[in-house]
Design a protein around this ligand. Structure first.
Ligand code: GCW
Length: 712
C-alpha cells in the first residue's frame, strides 16, 4: 500500500497509532509482562524482528511455511532472512518447503527461477514494477491460500521480502495483500566520506567500516550486515570513499580489495562506486597532465575503467568532486566541468557506468555570493554533458545547513540529469550528539515547489523526472556509519539512514509514516510509546533550528561545524566565516539576496523568486537568508525582529529540555542500555542548546543594543 502524505494523515495513522494500527491491537510483550527488557546495543538497527504482540496470532495463520525458489546467493539470503525473521517475530520456526504447496505458504520467486511464478501469468503486472520492483499478493494457488512475493529479478524479490517483513514488524495486516511497488528513483546511493587510513571526514560513529589492512583476504562480517541493512531499504549502491578522494583508491592493489567488498555486496544488490581524484592520471599514472582534452589522459581513464570492470563487472561508476575546496579538476587546466565529466564518461560508457559529478563548487571568481556560484557555473553547461553524466546537487545552495531553501539547480537544469545529495550524517545538525530526525527536513525539501513548469513542480517531481524527462534519476546520502556498535553514534541517527533509504525509494512518503515505522522496528511496538517517540522525532529538527539558526540564519559555526561561533571572522576564505553570512551590525542583520541586493532570488523561477524577494511575503523561516532587516523590523507576530529572534532561541532551548523530560518518561519502555545512551546524549544536547541560546544572543545584543527579553 502506498499512502501519500495527506492520505497517511487522513487514514488516521498519524493519530491512531497509539491504539491500533492496521486493525491490530499493537502491544509489545514487554507492556504485557513486566519483565525488564534485555539490554540492546543497537547493532541490529531496524532489523530486530521483535514479536509484534497480538498480531503474531493472526500472522501465524498466514505464515505457516515458506517456499523460496531458486538457489542463487540472493535467494539463499532471502530464505535465511525470512526463516530467522519469522521465527523471531512469531516465536516459532516455520518449515521450509522446496516444492509443492500447503495452506499459508509464503512463496518467493521470479519468473526466471520459479515455474510456479511463471504459471501465475502475472507478466503484465510484473512488467509494471520494473527491474527492482515487486508484487506481494494474497492469493490462491492450486486452491491453497498463499502469499506470493514475486519480482522480475532476484533483487526485486529481496526488496519484496523485506517489505513483507516490515509489515509484520510494524503490526500491519498481512491477510489480504495486494501490493505493487517500484522505486521512484534509479540511483539510491550511500556516500561514505571514508579515507584509506580508516578515518572518516565528518564521521561521528567510530572509524571506517572498511578494513583496508585486512582486505581482500579477510572479510569482516559487518560488510554483509551493512549490505543487508541497505537492501532492507532498497539502497542499491554505495560510494565507499571520501569525495576528497585519495588517488590511491584507484591503485591496482586497492582495487582488488574493493572487488572483494563488491563481491560481498552483489547478492544484496548494492553496487560499488568510487570517488575518483581528477589528478589521478598524474599522481597515480605518472602522466605530465590531467587535462581532460589530452589524448593520453583520456586513454589513461579508459584503461583504468577497463581494469576496474575486469575486477568489478557491475561497477556503478565514479563520483567526482572537482575544483572544490582544493580538489583538482578540469578548471585547473583551463577546461570546463563538462570537459572533465565527459572524459570519464567516455571511459565508462562501454561498460554502462555513470559519472556522478558534484555541483558543490564555489570558486569566488564566479560571484561574490557563495550561494549563487554553483547555479551560475552549471547552468551555462546544461546540455553539454554526455548521456551517462549526472549532476549531484546538495539540497540547498550553501552546505547542509539546518535550514536552507532548495537549490535553484533543481528544476533549473533542463537537459542534464540532476540527482539530490542529502546528508544523514548531521554535520551541521548536532552530529552524533543531538537527537535530530531529518525526515521532516527532507520532506520540506522534496515538497518545495520549484515552479519550473508551473505550480506543482516540486523537487520530488523534478527528481523522479516528471518535470524534465531524465535519463538517470537518483538520490544519495552522505551517511557515515562507522565501527561504533550502533553504527551511527546516536541511536536516533539510525533513523536518518533509514529515512534516506525509504525516501530514495519514494520521495513522497510522509516523514511521519517513516518515523512511525522506524520506531516500531527499532524500539517498540507499544502504541503509546511509539506515539511519544514519533512526536519527539517530528519536532526535533525545528527545535534544532530554533536554538541554532532560526529565521534563515546560516553558517554560524567554526571549523568543527558543531558549536556556536557567530563571531567567527577569520578563516582561509571569507565564505568559511560566520560574519560573511549574518552580517550583523548596529543597523541590522541578514544577507540581502533580493533583486535590490545581490540578486540571488533571480535564480529561482517566478513566482518563487518574487515570493522570496518580497519581504512581506517571504516565509519568515527564510527571512534573513534573503533579506537584511533592521533590528526593529516588524514580524508577522507583531514583535520586532530582535524580540522574535530572542523568543526563537528561548523556545529552542526549552524544546530541547522537553525532549529530555519526555525521554525520561519512557524509562522501562525501552531497554535500559539504549535508554541510558540516548539520555546521556540528551543531557549534552540540553546543555549545548543553552550555550547556543546564550552565546548567540549575547553576541547579537552587542549589535542590537537591546536587552534580551526574558523567556516567556
Ligand atoms: O561541508 C563541507 C564539509 C567538508 C566536505 C564538503 C563536501 C568532504 O565540511 O568536510 O568535504 O562539505 O561536501 O565536499
Amino acid at each position: 500500500m502506498k499512502l501519500s502524505r495527506r492520505e497517511f494523515v487522513a487514514a488516521g495513522l498519524a493519530g491512531a497509532a497509539g491504539l491500533c494500527v492496521g486493525g491490530y491491537p499493537t502491544r509489545s510483550n514487554a507492556a504485557e509482562s513486566k519483565a525488564p527488557l534485555p539490554d540492546e546495543d543497537g547493532y541490529r538497527l531496524w532489523l530486530r524482528y521483535a514479536p509484534p504482540g497480538d498480531a503474531a496470532k493472526i500472522y501465524r495463520k498466514v505464515v505457516q511455511q515458506i517456499r523460496v525458489d531458486g538457489d542463487s546467493a540472493t535467494m539463499v539470503i532471502i530464505r535465511d532472512e525470512l526463516r530467522s525473521a519469522i521465527a523471531a517475530l512469531l516465536g516459532n520456526a516455520v518449515p521450509r518447503i522446496e516444492n509443492g504447496l500447503a495452506d499459508g505458504t509464503v512463496i518467493v520467486g521470479t519468473p526466471g527461477n520459479s515455474a510456479l511464478i511463471r504459471d501465475l501469468k502475472w507478466a503484465a503486472d510484473l512488467g509494471a514494477v520494473g527491474d527492482e520492483g515487486f508484487i506481494i499478493r494474497s492469493t490462491r494457488v492450486g486452491n491453497k491460500p498463499v502469499t506470493v512475493i514475486a519480482a522480475n529479478t532476484e533483487i526485486g524479490a529481496l526488496y519484496g521480502s523485506f517489505h513483507f517483513l516490515r509489515l509484520m514488524q510494524t503490526g500491519r495486516p498481512i491477510g489480504k495483500l495486494d501490493i505493487a511497488e517500484r522505486p521512484a528513483l534509479q540511483l539510491r546511493l550511500m556516500n561514505h566520506w571514508d579515507n584509506p587510513d580508516g578515518t572518516i571526514e565528518r564521521g561521528y560513529a567510530g572509524r571506517s567500516l572498511w578494513q583496508w589492512n585486512e582486505l581482500p583476504g579477510k572479510l569482516s562480517p559487518r560488510y554483509a550486515d551493512y549490505a543487508r541493512a541497505c537492501a532492507s531499504l532498497g539502497i542499491n549502491g554505495a560510494v565507499i570513499n571520501n569525495v576528497n578522494a585519495d588517488p590511491r583508491m584507484l591503485a591496482p592493489e586497492t582495487l582488488r580489495k574493493v572487488a572483494a567488498l563488491a563481491d560481498v555486496w552483489r547478492p544484496y544488490g548494492v553496487r560499488m562506486y568510487l570517488c575518483a581524484n581528477f589528478a589521478a592520471p598524474v599522481t597515480l599514472g605518472g602522466l605530465a597532465t590531467a587535462d581532460p582534452l589530452d589524448q593520453k589522459v583520456a586513454g589513461w581513464w579508459k584503461a583504468k575503467a577497463d581494469e576496474i570492470y575486469g575486477l568489478v563487472p557491475d561497477f556503478g561508476g565514479f563520483l567526482v568532486k572537482a575544483n572544490s575546496e582544493g580538489q583538482p579538476g578540469p578548471k585547473t587546466y583551463g577546461r570546463t566541468h563538462a570537459d572533465g565529466a565527459n572524459v570519464l564518461a567516455d571511459a565508462l560508457a562501454p561498460h554502462k557506468g555513470n559519472v556522478i559529478w558534484r555541483a558543490f563548487v564555489y570558486d569566488d571568481d564566479i560571484d561574490p555570493d557563495r550561494a549563487k556560484r554553483a547555479y551560475i557555473e552549471f547552468m551555462r553547461l546544461d546540455g553539454k554533458f554526455r548521456p551517462n553524466v549526472v549532476i549531484q546537487v546538495k539540497n540547498g545552495p550553501i552546505d547542509f545547513q539546518p535550514r536552507e531553501p532548495f537549490h535553484p539547480l533543481f528544476g533549473g537544469m533542463k537537459q542534464t540529469p540532476v540527482i539530490a545529495e542529502i546528508q544523514a550524517t548531521q554535520e551541521y545538525l548536532g552530529q552524533a550528539k543531538h537527537l535530530v530526525y531529518l525526515g521532516t527536513m527532507w520532506q520540506e525539501f522534496f515538497d518545495s515547489d520549484t515552479f519550473a513548469k508551473g505550480p506543482g513542480s516540486t523537487v520530488a517531481k523534478v527528481l523522479v523526472g516528471r518535470i524534465h524527462p531524465s535519463r538517470i534519476t537518483g538520490m544519495v546520502s552522505v551517511t557515515n556509519p562507522g565501527t561504533d556498535a550502533n553504527w551511527c553514534g546516536h541511536h536516533f541517527s539510525q533513523a536518518n539512514w533509514y529515512a534516506f533509504g525509504r525516501l530514495a525509494w519514494n520521495p513522497e512518503l510522509p516523514a511521519e509514516k517513516i518515523a512511525d515505522e522506524w520506531t516500531r522496528m527499532t524500539f517498540t511496538n507499544d502504541g503509546k510509546t511509539v506515539a511519544v517517540i514519533r512526536d519527539m522525532m517530528m519536532g526535533s529538527r525545528e527545535t534544532f533550528v530554533n536554538y541554532t539558526m532560526p529565521l534563515g540564519l546560516h553558517h554560524m559555526i567554526g571549523g568543527d561545524h558543531y558549536a556556536p561561533q557567530p563571531w567567527n571572522d577569520r578563516a582561509p576564505r571569507a565564505d568559511w566565516t560566520a560574519v560573511y553570512y549574518h552580517q550583523a551590525s548596529t543597523d541590522g542583520i541578514g544577507f540581502d539576496r533580493t533583486k535590490r541586493g545581490d540578486g540571488a532570488v533571480a535564480q529561482y523561477f517566478p513566482p518563487v523568486c518574487d515570493l522570496f524577494d518580497d519581504i512581506s511575503r517571504c516565509p519568515e523561516k527564510f527571512l534573513l537568508w534573503f533579506h537584511r532587516c533592521a533590528w526593529d523590523y516588524r514580524m508577522k507576530s507583531g514583535k520586532i525582529l530582535w524580540d522574535e529572534l530572542c523568543a526563537k532561541y528561548h523556545e529552542g532551548a526549552k524544546q530541547a529540555a522537553a525532549l529530555q523530560t519526555t525521554w525520561q518518561s519512557l524509562a522501562g519502555k525501552i531497554d535500559p542500555r539504549r535508554h541510558k545512551e540516548v539520555a546521556d546524549r540528551l543531557a549534552i544536547q540540553v546543555a549545548d542548546s543553552a550555550k547556543w541560546r546564550d552565546q548567540i544572543l549575547q553576541y547579537f545584543a552587542g549589535f542590537s543594543k537591546r536587552p534580551i527579553p526574558p523567556s516567556s
